[in-house]
Design a protein around this ligand. Structure first.
Ligand code: SF4
Ligand code: FES
Length: 361
């Protein structure tokens, strides 16, 4: 194994166990073409992947999807991961979480649950999820709290629920969340198709800022709040994944290994698979992980900029999706020669009629 770019060990692995999901959220960032059940890695291969992740230094494993509860071997995989000494997080919609199922996961070594919430009440939550989901969130949060696990509530914000930011903060408090992540939609995968329908108005964003600032003070020490801004209206891009191939690995349900969950959108990238090559070789040695490591791939705009160690030139997936060149400066940046693309999108009249996520089989 070589390490041509001097990479350091990864911190975390996102194990996307399945793309199957009971919800149909229009903001879904998973790819348009979902992988099917018969393409998923089997239990033995996932165990091997998790062992390899531990061997190269991974300290946290996030089981996600789709809905990871859709995998019957979830407890076995959690037990294996916890046995390796990693911190285990479950990212779930809560649908399918019963007391017995949660107990089996806790017994296996689960450390933390991240519960997605679509709205502050059933009318909006169920409409956005495309199914009766809201009451399952209340049940799931109660189970997690009673099991003594820390609970994070994750909300993806968009034009259809932005007016509920204050109510969502109250709802997360009622659910007993230790942490609330309010994340404006990132436009990848299915969400990109709905960008115009999802994009919040400037007034919504301004109102949310004030509400969140107030809640940060009011709830300090009680519930941590993380607000992920909408990046299109900003001057600078987000430090996506804290640098390409710097901290994180994502393994898709079929074993494709990616530097970020959206990387399959970059059609110029040669992604590799754990069925053919070890995780360590892919992390250190593959063309996909080395493509945008460090700063020698950057355009002059970024290479000569003193923010390059703060934002790493922004998001590679966004650069590719908006300009066709994954090495371009993220067009959100006001220094990017492509900033006009983002300004045009912001100026377009907003469409209505969110297209619901089509399910995996
Ligand atoms: Fe970041 Fe590049 Fe913009 Fe500088 S020019 S702020 S490094 S994206
Ligand atoms: Fe892929 Fe930002 S989402 S690099």
């Amino acid at each position: 194994m070589t390490n041509p770019k001097g990479a350091v060990p990864p911190l975390s692995l996102t194990a996307e166990l399945t793309h199957r999901c009971p919800l149909h959220c229009g903001y879904c960032s998973n790819p348009i073409e979902l992988l099917t059940r018969d393409q998923e890695l089997d239990t033995a291969t996932w165990r091997e992947v998790l062992t390899q992740a531990h061997d190269i230094g991974v300290l946290q494993v996030h089981f996600s999807g789709g809905e990871p509860l859709g995998r019957k071997d979830l407890a076995e995989l959690i037990e294996h991961t916890a046995g390796l000494g990693a911190y285990v997080n479950l990212v779930t919609s809560g649908l399918g979480l019963t007391e017995a199922r949660l107990q089996s996961l806790v017994d296996a070594g689960l450390n933390h649950v991240q519960l997605s919430v679509q709205g502050a009440d059933a009318a909006i939550g169920d409409r956005i999820a495309g199914t009766r989901a809201h009451h399952h969130k209340i049940i799931a949060a109660d189970l997690v709290r009673r099991a003594g696990l820390p609970l994070s509530v994750n909300v993806v914000l968009h034009r259809e629920n932005h007016h509920q930011v204050a109510a969502l903060i109250d709802f997360a408090e009622e659910l007993g969340a230790d942490r609330l992540e309010l994340a404006n939609t990132q436009y990848y995968g299915w969400a990109l198709r709905n960008r115009s329908q999802l994009m919040p108005t400037a007034d919504q964003l301004a109102a949310a800022e004030l509400i969140v600032q107030d809640a940060l003070v009011r709830l300090k020490g009680k519930m941590q709040i993380v607000y992920v801004i909408a990046d299109y209206p900003e001057k600078f891009p987000k430090p996506c994944t804290y640098g390409w191939g710097a901290r994180q690995i994502t393994v898709a349900p079929d074993g494709t290994v990616m530097p970020c969950p959206a990387a399959s959108a970059i059609s110029t990238l040669q992604l590799e698979n754990v069925r053919e090559r070890s995780l360590g070789e892919i992390w250190y040695d593959s063309s996909s992980f080395n493509a945008y490591r460090g700063d020698d791939w950057m355009s002059d705009t970024c290479r000569s900029c003193d923010r390059r160690e703060l934002d790493f030139g922004g998001c590679r997936c966004q650069a590719f999706l908006l300009t066709g060149d994954a090495a371009a400066t993220d067009p959100v940046c006001h220094k990017s020669p492509d900033r006009g693309v983002v300004d045009l999108i912001l100026a377009e009249p907003r469409r209505t009629g969110l297209v619901m996520r089509s399910p995996s089989r």
